[in-house]
Design a protein around this ligand. Structure first.
Ligand SMILES: Cc1cc2nc3c(=O)[nH]c(=O)nc-3n(C[C@H](O)[C@H](O)[C@H](O)COP(=O)(O)O)c2cc1C
Length: 504
């Protein structure tokens, strides 16, 4: 059996792995970027769901909902949450006639392999059920009628936010929709692309006053069976309980016959990547007792270290651009000018994006598995160089001074974006610590948390009037670049931010 560490090693990019990879994109089997149930009637979601008034920066920084708390989301709130996290927000038709439907959150290759499902009790305007969210027609489809939340309570060993939630969103990935281009590395993208969605979802929930939390500890088979997934191809990744009604016990779920619902084929042929399935199986839980033990090992906050460091200076009066406006108008930068950003902008982005993630694998949001390293190319008020972010002290530790544009432009697989960006944020994790404490399942947590922080950095950059893009990377070269400080750490996520240039 493949261990998750083996998966990580085998899917690292290096100069030689990229050079020797003979993979070519087979355009005739490009998968459809939507899961379409062919026999279920759509239940249209309201499109008059309103905006999200809180400033994007405040929403990104929030680790709990602002008052007033919305204990039970209604359908308009759910429509807002779904739209601003996984909805279609832009459409672009190319000269060949192909139309691309871009989504609220960035996604590797714009392949959109993440689907969202909803499991809820009776809501004021939605009967209890298990639903799939279809971004293509902005509608829910009911897979099961009845209150099945008890299945999630059992699957999570009665995780407290799941047990009190009127509704829970579940992220899944259909591997082929991403593996078509990225092969086995697509398993990492399951978490990267869920992470950007969840960064949006958590921000919108915080702005709307809806309690929300990321739950990664669940018995995989129970959740997958509830959604009727063909687990060779699609699996559940994360649960996000929404709302909080602790005084309303959840009853025993109705019988759960297997589902065999027809869906439109993604392509005429699919290619299987067994390494993905093996990695997922290696990090699966088979009993609530496993889940309980895992949650008991949740990571605690770290004591601040005390190296010589430059304190962050967030802007005293940051831009108040509303979250919905930021999400609707964002788009990954395709080119950066080499113009600088200010140290205030960098500080604000880093400060707000790293306030913490409410998650079951962290004992509190101030704990984290993600260590942020930076290559600063052009920041007024901060020397160019490589830095480590000391999250606990809100300060940057200079690792080496100098112009590292050339190195940055190599580390992202030779793309000009990281060389031209004002700053690159690399999220690394101490994999030995993760495995020692959280076992193989910890890999999912480390990837997802870094991606959520990356998604928050993305949003914060746009909120500050800057551009941003996720980037892929040469794994070991990044670690080596930041070593000895980063020695032994694995690279989870990379975001570049700067002043966008007009595309050529
Ligand atoms: C984790 C991650 C990695 C990405 N890697 C790259 C990359 O290496 N090169 C690139 O040009 N774009 C990259 N992108 C940007 C995607 O191509 C972009 O998000 C997608 O085309 C959707 O467009 P949008 O973000 O403008 O909505 C990445 C995005 C994410 C979320």
């Amino acid at each position: 059996m493949t261990s998750i560490r083996e998966y990580h090693e085998r899917t690292k990019h290096s100069v030689s792995s990229v050079r020797s990879n003979r993979h070519v994109l087979e355009w005739d089997i490009q998968p459809v970027p939507f899961k379409i149930y062919t026999t279920l009637d759509p239940i249209p979601l309201p499109r008059d769901f309103g905006g999200v008034q809180l400033s994007a920066l405040q929403a990104v920084a929030a680790t709990a909902p602002r008052e007033p708390r919305r204990a039970q989301p209604d359908v308009r709130t759910l429509a807002r949450l779904l739209h601003f996290s996984a909805g279609v927000t832009r459409k672009k038709t190319y000269p060949g006639g192909q139309t691309m439907y871009f989504r609220a959150a960035a996604c590797t290759g714009a392949l959109y392999h993440i689907d969202l499902y909803l499991v809820c009790g009776d809501l004021p305007d939605l009967p209890a059920g298990v639903y799939h969210f279809g971004p293509h027609d902005f509608a829910l489809r009911r897979l099961r009628a009845g209150d099945y939340r008890g299945v999630l309570v059992d699957a999570t060993a009665a995780e407290s936010s799941v047990a009190a939630a009127p509704a829970t969103v579940i992220c899944t990935s259909t591997f082929w929709r991403n593996a078509w281009k990225y092969q086995a590395r697509a398993y990492r993208h399951c978490f990267w692309d869920s992470g950007t969605i969840l960064a949006n979802l958590l921000a919108v929930a915080a702005a709307d006053g809806v309690p929300a939390r990321v739950v990664l500890g669940f018995v995989d088979g129970m959740v997958n069976a509830l959604l009727g997934l063909d687990t060779e191809r699609e699996v559940s990744l994360a649960l996000v309980p929404l709302g909080d009604q602790p005084g309303h016990p959840i009853g025993t779920p109705p019988p759960q016959p297997p589902l065999a619902l027809a869906t439109a084929p993604l392509s005429t042929r699919e290619v299987d990547y067994p390494l993905i399935r093996a990695a997922h199986a290696a990090s699966a839980f088979s009993s609530p007792a496993d889940v309980r033990a895992w949650r008991a090992a949740a990571i605690a906050p770290r004591a601040p270290a005390a190296p010589a460091a430059v304190a962050l200076h967030p802007l005293a009066d940051p831009p108040g651009r509303a979250l919905d406006d930021v999400i609707l108008h964002r788009g990954s930068s395709r080119r950066f000018s080499r113009r600088p950003i200010s140290f205030g902008q960098l500080s604000t982005a880093l400060h707000d994006a790293s306030r913490g993630v409410p998650a079951d694998f962290l004992s509190q949001p101030s704990a984290s598995l993600a260590d942020c390293y930076l290559i600063v190319n052009a920041v007024d008020g901060l020397g160019a160089g490589a830095y480590a972010f000391d999250r606990e002290r809100g300060a940057l530790e200079l690792l080496k001074a100098g112009d590292f544009r050339r190195e940055a432009g190599f580390l992202d697989l030779g793309q000009a974006l990281a060389a031209d960006a004002a700053v690159n944020f690399y999220l690394l994790t101490d994999l030995d610590r993760v495995f020692a404490r959280l076992g193989d399942r910890g890999y999912r947590a480390a990837q997802l948390e870094s991606a959520i922080v990356g998604g928050k950095l993305y949003l914060a950059a746009y909120a500050l009037g800057l551009g941003a893009t996720g980037l892929t990377f040469f794994d070991d070269d990044v670690t080596q670049f930041f070593s000895p400080h980063a020695a032994g750490k694995g690279v989870m996520f990379l975001v570049a931010a700067g002043v966008p240039a007009r595309s050529m």
